[in-house]
Design a protein around this ligand. Structure first.
Ligand code: ARG
Length: 457
């Protein structure tokens, strides 16, 4: 492509270190689409003749058909997808192929292709998250009243409902989806026509290519357009945060599936066995989701470090932008799919969860609240009285509501027999009907709202 200026060709090591075709061939559809938009514009602007524009467009279709049928050939001498396609085009239609690159550089070409790719991937990631949200609200609806222990510090805190717990993840994913949507709006500007860095002297129509490729408008500064990878970083940041959420959910499934907890039986289809211990059923899929979060966050970090300190405009370092994005996109796709299956196909052991909620004095706060509302005791004092009741129950190795009225009245004479109705786990969750609280009535409302937002009946 640039042989005119060179006395000798590249060394073997230069060919190898320079080649991005092994990974950027993933951009072939976007590259063909952007080239077709570009050549149609060149024809419309009479920068090339209408006949040449048509010949080139047909040739690009022929190259695309070959890629579709046989894959993209990997020739390191051709470096990247842009030169691979242009070279094959020239083989198919002859020297007229050389007119395609008028008023264009690989710098605006790759920035355009990559934006198109990331934009499509955002849509796929979002669709995956929507499917996971559907699985969550479905289980949350079934378990709006299933009681489990709620934890802080992984110590039993207060009873909650499983539906409420699952809906917490629905909320995280709702924010994740809005981050993706933000990123999509921000990135939807067309770099095409920025050329190498300074724009071009040809009378191009950037609005036309922008519209043809579904962008909202052309980018406003050619130097920025060819050296900006914010769109890829926005995606990686959003995906990193998604991976954090999935990793936390995966961690919960791992804990819940462990024998001492026994809150959930994971589907066989998402578990593995042990080659030595016949009883084992391991939550490998959940562990890999937890592990993949590290690689995804690593991808975001990798691209940030690549970009920091690069002077304007394009530097070859930027060729290293694609592997982390491709890797993160593939890992997040798998992780979302795995978690969707895990949520949809796990069996929650609700009786076991309910029993666990009764351990650990989960309703101690309810006793304190009862002392406040029924005996008009200030909360701090009620907290102290309740602490004494828990201490006594612990010394007798019994539950709070198994203490006798005599025992409770010895701690504070203002307690009467009505207290027992406040100490059950059912009463505890039912009482927490504040907006966004764990009461089954609240959870059902939140589930209904979420189902409507997801278009579920
Ligand atoms: N393969 C290159 C990349 O992915 C395309 C842009 C090359 N531009 C250049 N000036 N060498 O970044």
């Amino acid at each position: 492509m640039w042989g005119g200026r060179f006395a000798e060709g590249p060394s073997a090591i230069m060919r190898e270190i320079n080649a991005s075709i092994p990974f950027d061939k993933a951009l072939w559809r976007q590259d063909i689409a952007a080239s077709k938009a570009h050549v149609a514009m060149l024809g419309a602007q009479a920068i090339v003749t209408a006949g040449d524009a048509q010949t080139i467009a047909d040739g690009l279709d022929a190259v695309a058909a070959e890629y579709e049928a046989n894959g993209v050939p990997e020739d390191w001498d051709l470096e990247d997808i842009h030169m691979t396609t242009e070279s094959r085009l020239a083989e198919l239609i002859g020297p007229v192929a050389g007119r395609l690159h008028t008023a264009r550089s690989r710098n605006d070409q790759v920035a355009t292709d990559f934006r198109l790719w990331v934009r499509e991937t955002i849509d796929q990631t979002d669709a995956g998250l929507e499917a996971l949200q559907r699985a969550l609200v479905t289980q949350a609806g079934i378990h709006a009243g299933s009681i489990m222990p709620g934890f802080t510090h992984l110590q039993t805190a207060q009873p909650v409902t499983l539906g409420h717990h699952l809906m917490a993840y629905y909320e995280m994913l709702r924010r994740d989806r809005s981050r993706l949507a933000d990123a999509r709006v921000r990135m939807n500007e067309s770099p095409l026509g920025s050329a190498a860095l300074a724009g071009t002297g040809f009378p191009i129509d950037r609005d036309a290519t922008s519209a043809a490729l579904g962008f909202d408008r052309p980018t406003a500064n050619s130097l920025d357009a060819v050296s900006d990878r914010d769109f890829a970083l926005d995606y990686l940041m959003a995906v990193s945060q998604i991976s954090l959420h999935l990793s936390r959910l995966a961690e919960e499934f791992i804990i819940w599936a462990s024998q001492p907890f026994g809150f959930v039986r994971m589907a066989d289809s998402l578990s593995t066995g042990s080659s030595i211990m016949p009883q084992k059923k391991n939550p490998d899929a959940a562990e890999l989701v937890r592990g993949h979060a590290g690689r995804i966050i690593g991808a975001a970090t990798s691209l940030m470090i690549t970009m920091k300190g690069l002077p304007l405009a394009y530097s070859k370092d930027m060729q290293d932008d694609k592997p982390p994005v491709f890797e993160a996109a593939s890992l997040i796709g798998l992780s979302i799919a795995a978690m969707t299956g895990m949520v949809a196909d796990s069996t929650f052991k609700t009786e076991r969860m309910r029993q666990a909620a009764e351990l650990g004095y989960a309703t101690a706060t309810d006793l304190a609240d009862w002392l406040v509302t029924q005996a008009d005791i200030p909360f701090r004092e009620a907290h102290h009285i309740t602490g004494a009741a828990v201490k006594l129950a612990e010394s007798k190795s019994i539950a709070l509501d198994a203490l006798s009225l005599v025992d409770l009245q010895a701690i504070d004479a203002r307690i009467d027999e009505r207290v027992f109705s406040a100490l059950s786990v059912e009463a505890s969750v039912a009482a927490r009907a504040s907006y966004g609280g764990t009461a089954p009535s609240q959870v059902s409302k939140q589930v209904a709202k979420a189902r409507a937002a997801l278009g579920l009946s």
